[in-house]
Ligand binder design. Structure first.
Ligand code: ADP
Ligand code: ZN
Length: 786
């Protein structure tokens, strides 16, 4: 027998190896193996097993890692789809489906050795220094992994064995699982009686889950998210598309009881003998969130029913959680992005909470979107997918409108709490009175004062995201937009010019505000950060206890938890922060939320700027009034009448969607089309620019001559299927042209037939000759145009 192996070193190729007699029966599709490659030993995954190979003189597989196949055939198939659709090397995709801690392990987990201190009988004998050092560690830790001990004490296993010989310690190989939540006692929770809207939603989900049981199998296509009419030439036929959607979008305002629906749908999956995956954004994967799931399914006797996967676990914890799932002892997995690859089998349900979150997109290869992978996996494994959000992505809502997903709505908060009152403050007036834009309008200052007097808490929010700055007139709110793309132009301070990074349009910085009625010479970019807000606050309210929360102040793992703990305990009056504080937090004593500068998110050079602003304002506003006192929200803006701000003020998602989709349709932006962003990067700007222009020419030549070569006989060789609706924009300098000494140029492609385009792009990349120091990154369905 032979095995085909995809190696971890990126080669975009698979290699055949023979299976030696000693390993017969231990190797299957999905096994992790170590094989010789040249003079090296490398790791890989078996992707196929066959009787024979076309190659002679195969080298044998050296060893198998882990007792069970680590990548299930289903997950392997998913990895293949990711490589195809997201245009990356198969081994890159394969790497991402296994956590590092599971991949790297070279001894199976059963073979791990633990060192334990034995009860001391009398005096500690006099020990040589090295042994004493080892002993000190064991004594303190009581129990420790041998490997960890050897590393910590900078010693060898032989030295540790000497302590064993003296009867001071024992070394055993029993399994001792590390449970990251072992120290917490969680009180069990019971299902709540659902309100009518919740009951309707749950019923529909359950019906779909039951339908899956009749063995109605769905064959996935490469592009699960495209409706039939969107399919371009070359996309596979879509008769395989399910008549009734098994993907739901649960649109419910914050506090409408979405989580309770998840919990009861999960219970249904367990009743059906199936497992489930719950994805939440990394930032909301707090102990409180995990606890809600554990409380329902993992308390008392059900110790291991829920496994947790996220990046803050130690490698060992991650390893153990993963194996709990693989062995079927944990049936529900809750985790961030990569938990979508958890080896749950059979899989009945996938939940993606806060589905609009951009953190579901991985920003390095493979650049997959976990929500879209979830939908794909759901189709492959006949599992129901529930996407939940208070502010759904335009993509998902669009899919509902076209009948691809089923929309479920929870229009009201469970406890009949009112939505907070949102006031939009026109900062142009404040700027007028004070000659220049103040950070705080008189209205907001007054409101903060009131809260301080009443002992209530305030959250102030400033979305100061990075570098890209638009040019906005502080007097009239005018923003310099690209005439071609309707997006904010990016201000390049050094060259004093404005550039559109979608189409490359460049213009000079105006000397006065271009608005005829304004002509303010003080038009300039405003760069306000959270730090300045904090400083100004301290001057305005010297007695207030103020804390700032952003990427600069939250460096360590525990910082976030600590500040939130202090805030909850009432030790902080005003919390200032970036989007970090916008998500899912629930503080009953917060009655005021201030958004310092709502336009900041609005004028990012990104066609999703309006959508992001709407989401952000809605989410931030949702932080106010979670207790008995009705909440109040102040939104300070220079463009107070912008639809994103106005619809957010009225909590009107549908209204926002309708006007935003019109803009997307006009300019062929997603979800009406799909985007592939090609970024060229290098140290020499000329070379990067030249390469980008060269790439554009290659792309153009392909579009103009859609080739369809058919070789003689029956076999079709190379049929290129260029999407006919392809729009090429750029090359243009990236908004962050020069990042970490690299220059970056981008080309944006738009098409409805992304699967076809991905396949063609893969071919182009293979044959594209770039200068050695210029690299190309392909981002399919990017969420971040930076
Ligand atoms: P969401 O996930 O939509 O923000 P949650 O599921 O967290 O909403 O619900 C908000 C609060 O309402 C929670 O404290 C939850 O326990 C409670 N809740 C949810 N559904 C019900 C119900 N049917 N009856 C009573 N309380 C409920
Ligand atoms: Zn443009």
């Amino acid at each position: 027998m032979i095995a085909r192996v995809s190696l971890e070193i990126a080669l975009r190729k698979e290699f055949d190896y023979s299976i030696p007699a000693s390993l017969a029966g231990q190797i299957d599709v999905g096994s992790r193996v170590q094989v010789p490659f040249g003079p090296r030993k490398v790791l890989g995954v078996v992707t196929a097993v066959a009787e024979e190979s076309a190659h002679a003189r195969l080298k044998p597989i050296l060893k198998v890692i882990g007792a069970q196949t680590l990548v299930t055939p289903k997950v392997l198939k998913l990895a293949r789809w990711i490589a195809d659709y997201y245009c990356c090397a198969p081994e890159t995709a394969l790497k991402s489906v296994l956590p590092e801690a599971v991949r790297k392990e070279d001894a199976g987990w059963r073979e791990r050795l633990f060192v334990r201190a034995l009860p001391a009988g009398g005096e500690l004998p006099k020990l040589p220094k090295r042994q004493r050092d080892v002993w000190n560690i064991v004594e303190e830790r009581r129990e420790i992994l041998l490997a960890e001990l050897v590393e910590l004490a900078e010693t060898t296993a032989a030295t540790v064995r000497k302590l064993e010989d003296r009867g001071l310690i024992e070394i055993t190989s029993e399994i001792s699982e590390r449970d990251p939540y072992a120290r917490e006692t969680i009180l069990p929770s019971q299902p709540l009686v659902l309100n009518p809207a919740q009951a309707v939603a749950l019923e529909k989900i359950k019906v779909a889950m039951n339908r899956g049981e009749d063995g109605r199998h769905l064959t996935p296509t490469l592009s699960p998210l495209l409706a039939d009419s969107q399919r371009g030439e070359g996309e596979k036929p879509s008769s395989i598309f399910h008549p009734q959607s098994s993907t739901f979008l649960l649109h419910g305002v914050t506090g409408s009881g979405k989580t309770e629906i998840y919990l009861q749908a999960l219970a249904h999956a367990l009743e059906q003998g199936k497992g489930a995956i719950v994805l939440v954004p990394e930032i909301s994967l707090t102990p409180q969130t995990v606890e809600r799931f554990k409380a329902r399914f993992s308390s008392g006797k059900l110790q291991t029913l829920v496994a947790v996967l996220h990046s803050h676990l130690s490698a060992g914890e991650r390893h153990d959680e993963w194996h709990k799932i693989r062995q079927g002892r944990a049936r529900i997995v809750i985790g961030a992005r990569s938990a979508i690859f958890a080896p749950v089998e059979p899989l009945g349900l996938i939940i993606v909470d806060e589905e609009h979150e951009t953190s579901y997109k991985q920003e390095e290869a493979p650049r997959y979107h976990a929500r879209d992978v979830a939908i794909m996996r759901g189709q492959m494994e006949n599992a129901v997918v529930v996407l939940g959000s208070a502010t759904p992505s335009l993509e998902s809502f669009y899919n509902c409108k076209r009948g691809k997903f089923t929309l479920l709505e929870l229009p009201e908060r469970v406890d009949n709490q009112k939505m907070p009152h949102v006031r939009v403050v026109d900062m142009r007036q404040a700027a007028h009175k004070e000659k220049g834009a103040p950070l705080f309008s008189p209205q907001l200052k007054e409101a903060i004062n009131q809260r301080l007097d009443r002992g209530e808490q305030t959250i102030l929010f400033l979305n100061r995201r990075g570098y890209s700055t638009s040019l906005q007139c502080p007097k009239c709110g005018y923003v310099c937009n690209c005439p071609n793309c309707s997006l904010a132009l990016t201000f390049h301070r050094q060259e004093q010019k404005l550039a559109c990074h979608i189409c490359g349009h460049v213009e000079k910085v105006p000397l006065v505000c271009p608005n005829e009625k304004c002509k303010n010479p003080a038009i300039r970019f405003s760069g306000t950060g959270t730090q300045r807000v904090e400083e100004t606050l301290a001057k305005l309210f010297p007695k207030a206890r103020i804390k700032r929360m952003d990427a600069d102040t939250m460096k360590r793992k525990d910082d976030y938890r600590k500040v939130l703990g202090d805030f909850r305990a009432g030790k902080i009056d005003i919390l200032v922060g970036t989007q970090m504080i916008a998500k899912g937090l629930h503080f009953p004593n917060v009655t005021l939320v201030g958004i310092i500068y709502a336009d900041l998110a609005l004028h990012q050079p990104d066609f999703r700027a309006g959508e992001r602003t709407f989401q952000l304002l809605t989410q931030v506003a949702g932080r106010a009034g979670r207790g008995d006192v009705e909440g109040e929200v102040f939104v300070q803006a220079f463009a107070p009448f912008h639809p994103a701000i106005q619809y957010a003020r009225r909590h009107d998602f549908n209204g926002f969607y309708e006007q935003e989709i019109e803009f997307r349709e006009q300019l062929k932006y997603p979800p009406v089309s799909r985007v592939a962003l090609l970024t060229l990067k290098g140290r020499n700007e000329e070379k990067v620019k030249f390469s980008a222009e060269h790439l554009r020419k290659v792309l153009e030549s392909k579009v103009q001559s859609p080739k369809s070569k058919v070789a003689a006989g029956e076999t079709t060789l190379d049929i290129g299927h260029w999407p006919l609706d392809l729009i090429i924009a750029g090359p243009a300098p990236a908004p962050l042209l020069r990042a970490e000494t690299f220059y970056r140029y981008q080309i944006m492609l738009r098409t409805r037939a992304m699967s076809a385009l991905s396949r063609e792009l893969a071919r182009i990349i293979q044959s594209l000759a770039l200068p050695e120091d210029v690299t190309l990154a392909v981002d399919i369905d990017p969420v971040n145009l930076g």
